[in-house]
Design a protein around this ligand. Structure first.
Ligand SMILES: NC(=O)c1ccc[n+]([C@@H]2O[C@H](COP(=O)([O-])OP(=O)(O)OC[C@H]3O[C@@H](n4cnc5c(N)ncnc54)[C@H](O)[C@@H]3O)[C@@H](O)[C@H]2O)c1
Length: 341
């Protein structure tokens, strides 16, 4: 099998795991690493020094010195645009960590550059979609187990101390975490959100500067209402990273609770829905999807063209929280259409 040659940019909290995948996967080969900090480059060398993979302090030098087909972006959100633009200008495929960018303007700027050469594969690793429990949730929904869905609830509770840039963001939960949940909703419902209202707040004990919690509603096509509550500072009754999801239809309730799938019928009888589990946070499958799409010359599942819609949901929630009003998601979609011309 042909392997895709990668340059990785960013070797922090999540970048470390990506390196493990890139060197082990039958689909990829890691040819170089870029990180602006010496400490990160040394950490990389102490782990992978025997593999003779060069490290660089800046992307331009790396692009000159190593021959690759693709760049993996694993730097903080506010640097995604600059790395993406340089990579696309160098005519290379991009596998980017979520979120696509830090602002909608920067996401549109990336989209604009990519549109000049749309044959390049640009995928955002929205890895939660590829987890077995999320795939199983979608399958059960597609099989019509609930009948007609009309509403649902989505709750997420964790207490996580990252330190660093997340703790300085204005809406860390919505901008860096809830985007996974919004993407899961788009994926499993197979529908786009039309209206959003969201309130951000910061509980008194929070260690984040910005709003670490949010609550609101997303109104999807077909009038499906999802009530959302998320917090990054919840102690006690916490949820998995996927959150807990309940979807209500005229035949009963489909739920993902603690990463287990259940159906409760109209009479209240609750049964587990078994599915095949595999150990993954979804990145193994995301990497495989990215490399296969290059080899097969097709768009990947979470392509830039699709993922900018997920990113638009996050931007709409932040705008709603700032303006304290309902936001029509189409305002964002319109701007994407204008770019397409
Ligand atoms: N999919 C997921 O579940 C998931 C989980 C965690 C993080 N992420 C995403 O991964 C990205 C990285 O997050 P993290 O937690 O690893 O951040 P981090 O701060 O721990 O690491 C980022 C690394 O990038 C380096 N860096 C910063 N700017 C750079 C630049 N211009 N060029 C090269 N290197 C640069 C830093 O020195 C650091 O080593 C973020 O976009 C984040 O949202 C995704």
């Amino acid at each position: 099998m042909a392997k895709i040659a990668f340059l990785q940019v960013g070797y922090g909290l999540f970048g470390e795991g990506w390196t493990d995948l890139l060197v082990r996967s039958p689909y990829s080969e890691l040819r170089g690493l870029v990180d602006v900090t010496k400490e990160a480059r040394e950490r990389f060398q102490s782990r992978f020094g025997d593999r003779d993979i060069p490290t660089f302090a800046n992307l331009e030098e790396a692009l000159q010195k190593v021959q690759v087909q693709a760049v993996l972006i694993a730097v903080p959100n506010r640097f995604h645009r600059e790395v993406a633009e340089k990579t696309l200008t160098a005519n290379l495929h991009v596998l980017s960590e979520k979120p696509l960018a830090d602002t909608f303007e920067n996401a549109l700027a990336i989209y604009r550059v990519w549109r000049q050469n749309p044959k390049l594969v640009y995928m955002v690793s929205q890895n939660y979609r590829f987890k077995p429990e999320i795939q199983a949730l979608k399958r059960a929904l597609d099989e019509g187990i609930c009948g007609q869905i009309s509403y649902g609830t989505y709750t997420f509770h964790k207490a996580w101390r990252f330190g660093g840039w997340r703790e300085e963001m204005e809406y860390p939960l919505l901008e860096d975490m809830s985007i996974h949940h919004f993407d899961i909703l788009r994926f499993v419902l197979g529908k786009e959100a039309e209206w959003i209202v969201m309130e951000g707040f910061n509980p008194p004990w929070s260690w984040f500067r910005g709003n670490a919690a949010a609550t609101g509603n997303l109104l999807f096509e077909g009038g499906i209402r999802i009530n959302y509550f998320g917090s990054w500072v919840s102690f006690g009754q916490t949820t998995p990273w996927n959150g807990n999801i309940h979807l209500f239809g005229d035949q009963g309730t489909l739920s993902l609770e603690n990463d287990l799938l259940f159906f409760t019928n109209r009479e209240g009888k609750k049964e587990g829905l078994p599915f095949q589990r595999y150990e993954t946070d979804g990145r193994i499958q995301a990497l495989q999807e990215f490399c296969s799409s290059i080899l097969e010359n097709r768009a990947p599942l979470t392509s830039l063209a699709d993922n900018i819609r997920t990113f638009a949901l996050t931007c709409a929630t932040v705008e709603s929280a700032k303006k304290k009003t309902w936001i029509r998601v189409n305002e964002f979609m319109q701007k994407i259409s204008e770019e397409r011309g």
